[in-house]
Design a protein around this ligand. Structure first.
Ligand SMILES: Nc1ncnc2c1ncn2[C@@H]1O[C@H](COP(=O)(O)OP(=O)(O)O)[C@@H](O)[C@H]1O
Ligand SMILES: [Mg+2]
Length: 503
C-alpha cells in the first residue's frame, strides 16, 4: 500500500442468506480520486459502500484507511460521510439549521498543551461561531448561499439534494460516499447536478466514491470506474479505458451503445462475423467463438457497391452532431452513427475499420439460447432438432394437462405453441453418443479442452448453434456425435406475457 491510497479494500466479501452480495472485492482508491461503482441493480454497489461506511461488516477481507484496518470501527468514528438518494431533511428546519444539525450534536476532540507542557485531550461542543463558519462554507460549496433561511420544504428536488450534500460535507470527511444521489431527480436537473458535483469535488479536494447504474453519469463524472456484476468487479479503469477497451461483452454492453455479435475465430488474426472475414490485431484459437463489439461511431455508411457488407437503412434519428441509423445486415440490426445524411430503405454498404473491432473471449458457464420457440408438443424447436421440455416451470403452481396445455393453479388454460423462451442447459446435462441418431441433435466437435478431470467440448450443429458439453471422454476435433439433453435439467423463461396464450 502506497501513501496516496486513502482507502483500500482487500478481498472483501459479504454474503446474505448464503449468496454473495460482494465477492472478493479488491480496490485501492487514491486520495482525491472520484471513483464510481457502476453496475445494474443488485450487483452489490450499495453493500460495498455500506461496508466502507461501517453500516455493514464484511464476512471476510480488510478495509484499510490510511494504512489502518478500520474493520472494527463503528460508523461514527470513520472519517466518511454518506449522501443517499432519499435525503431525509428535517422539514421543520431551514437550510442553515439542517446543515448545522449534526455539527451542533457533535463534540470536537482537541489535543492541546496544558500549563505543565503536557498534552491534554479535551472534548467540547463546537461554538456557534465555529458552526456558523463551517455551515457557511458548506452552503457556499453547494451554491445555496442565498437560501440559508429558506424552509427546506420550499426548495426544489435538486436544491434539497444540495442541502443533503452540504450536510454530509460540513464535517469535512476524508471520503464522501454518494449512493445514487441524483436518482430521484428529473433528467435535466440530474445533468446539471452532475456537473455541479464534479465542481464540488474539485473545490473540496476529497475522495468521492459514487454509486450509479447510469453509465453516462459514470463516464461524465469519474476519474475511475469500477464496473460490477453479481457482486464481482468486472473491470476497473478510466472512462476512456473502459469505453475503448471493455474487457468482456458485459462491460461493452453496459458502457455505451454497442453492437454485439457472435463471431468465430478463423485462425491467426482472422475472425468472421456478419458473414465477412476481417484481419484483426488479436488472435484467438481457431474455431473459438468470441464476442465482437462494434461502437456505432466506428461503423461508416458507404454507397452500396463500396464494401461487401451490404445493409439497408431502416430508421434515422437526428442527434445534433450526427445521425443515428438503424440498419439491417441480413437478420442483424445494427446501430450506426454517421454525420452524413442517407435516405431510408436504400441499400448501402458498411465499412468497418478492423482496428476498431473489439474482440472478447466468451465467458460461458452455462449454455444459453435466446428466442427458442415451443411447438404444440411442448418441445423446444432448435434449428437442428426438437428437445422435450417441462413447461410447468413457466408458471408457479401450474401443471400440464393430458392434452398438453399448461394449466395454472386457477385452472386457466394456456396453449404455448410459438411462445419464445430463453433456454439454459448446464454443460453436464448433455450426454454424447457415438451414434448420431441416439440424440435429439447432431453436432461436430469443434473444440476440446482438458479441464483436469474431464474434457470440455464444444459441439457445433449444422446451423452453427454451439453446445458446450462436459465429458469424461476425449473426442477428436471433427467427430460427429449425437447430443441428448436431460429434460429435467433444462431451465426456460418466457419472453413476453403468458396471458396472450390463454385459451
Ligand atoms: N440486508 C440485506 N439482506 C439480504 N440481502 C441483501 C441485503 N442487502 C443487500 N442484499 C442483497 O445483496 C445483493 C446486492 O445488493 P445491493 O448492494 O443493494 O446492490 P446494488 O446497490 O448494486 O443495487 C442483492 O441481491 C440484494 O438483494
Ligand atoms: Mg443500491
Amino acid at each position: 500500500m502506497t501513501k496516496e491510497h486513502v482507502i483500500e479494500l482487500m478481498q472483501v466479501s459479504k454474503q446474505f442468506d448464503g449468496k454473495y452480495a460482494v465477492e472478493n472485492f479488491n480496490l485501492a482508491i487514491q486520495k482525491g480520486e472520484f471513483v464510481t461503482f457502476l453496475g445494474p441493480s443488485g450487483c452489490g454497489k450499495t453493500t460495498t459502500l455500506r461496508m466502507i461506511a461501517g453500516f455493514e461488516m464484511p464476512d471476510s477481507g480488510k478495509i484499510m484507511l490510511d494504512g489502518q484496518d478500520i474493520g472494527q470501527l463503528p460508523p461514527y468514528k470513520r472519517p466518511v460521510n454518506t449522501v443517499f438518494q432519499r435525503y431525509a431533511l428535517f422539514p421543520h428546519l431551514n437550510v442553515f439549521d439542517n446543515v448545522a444539525f449534526g455539527l451542533r450534536l457533535n463534540k470536537v476532540h482537541i489535543k492541546k498543551k496544558g500549563p505543565d507542557g503536557k498534552e491534554i485531550e479535551e472534548f467540547r461542543k463546537y461554538t456557534e461561531e465555529e458552526v456558523f463558519a463551517k455551515v457557511n462554507k458548506a452552503i457556499k460549496i453547494v451554491d445555496l448561499d442565498e437560501f440559508e433561511k429558506r424552509n427546506v420544504t420550499t426548495l426544489s428536488g435538486g436544491q434539497q439534494q444540495r442541502v443533503a450534500i452540504a450536510r454530509a460535507i460540513v464535517n469535512e470527511p476524508k471520503i464522501l460516499l454518494l449512493d445514487e444521489p441524483l436518482g430521484a431527480l428529473d433528467l435535466k436537473m440530474r445533468k446539471e447536478m452532475q456537473l455541479e458535483l464534479k465542481a464540488m469535488h474539485r473545490k473540496l479536494g476529497i475522495t468521492f466514491i459514487y454509486v450509479t447504474h447510469d453509465q453516462e453519469e459514470a463516464l461524465t463524472m469519474s476519474d475511475t470506474i469500477v464496473v460490477m456484476k453479481d457482486g464481482l468487479i468486472q473491470q476497473v479503469g478510466t472512462p476512456t479505458d473502459i469505453y475503448n477497451n471493455p474487457i468482456n461483452a458485459f462491460v461493452a454492453n453496459f458502457i455505451g451503445e454497442s453492437n454485439l455479435f457472435n463471431a468465430i475465430s478463423m485462425g491467426p488474426n482472422t475472425i468472421k462475423f456478419l458473414n465477412q472475414t476481417y484481419e484483426v490485431p488479436h488472435s484467438f484459437p481457431e474455431q473459438e467463438k468470441v464476442d465482437v463489439v462494434l461502437r456505432p461511431e466506428d461503423i461508416e455508411i458507404k454507397p452500396s457497391h463500396e464494401t461487401p457488407l451490404k445493409a439497408v437503412i431502416l430508421d434515422r434519428i437526428f442527434k445534433g452532431v450526427h445521425y443515428e441509423y438503424s440498419v439491417m445486415v441480413g437478420k442483424n440490426e445494427l446501430i450506426v452513427q454517421d454525420t452524413k445524411l442517407f435516405e431510408l430503405n436504400v441499400e448501402v454498404s458498411l465499412y468497418i475499420d478492423p482496428t476498431l473491432i473489439h474482440i472478447m473471449k466468451k465467458e460461458r458457464v452455462i449454455n444459453t439460447y435466446k428466442d427458442i420457440p415451443l411447438n404444440d408438443k411442448n418441445q423446444l424447436v432448435f434449428d437442428d432438432g426438437l428437445i422435450d421440455v417441462n413447461i410447468a416451470q413457466l408458471l408457479d403452481g401450474s401443471k400440464v394437462s393430458i392434452e398438453g396445455f399448461l394449466l395454472s393453479s386457477k385452472n386457466i388454460k394456456y396453449d404455448l405453441k410459438n411462445l419464445k423462451v430463453s433456454v439454459e442447459i448446464p454443460f453436464h446435462a448433455i450426454e454424447l453418443f457415438g451414434d448420431p441418431d441416439m440424440g435429439q441433435l447432431v453436432g461436430f466437435v469443434v473444440q476440446s479442452y482438458y479441464q483436469g478431470d474431464h474434457y470440455q467440448l464444444v459441439l457445433r450443429t449444422e446451423s452453427e448453434e454451439d453446445f458446450i458439453v462436459d465429458s469424461e471422454y476425449a473426442y477428436d476435433i471433427g467427430t460427429k456425435l449425437g447430443l441428448k439433453v436431460d429434460t429435467s435439467k433444462i431451465k426456460i423463461k418466457a419472453k413476453g406475457d403468458l396471458n396472450e396464450y390463454e385459451v
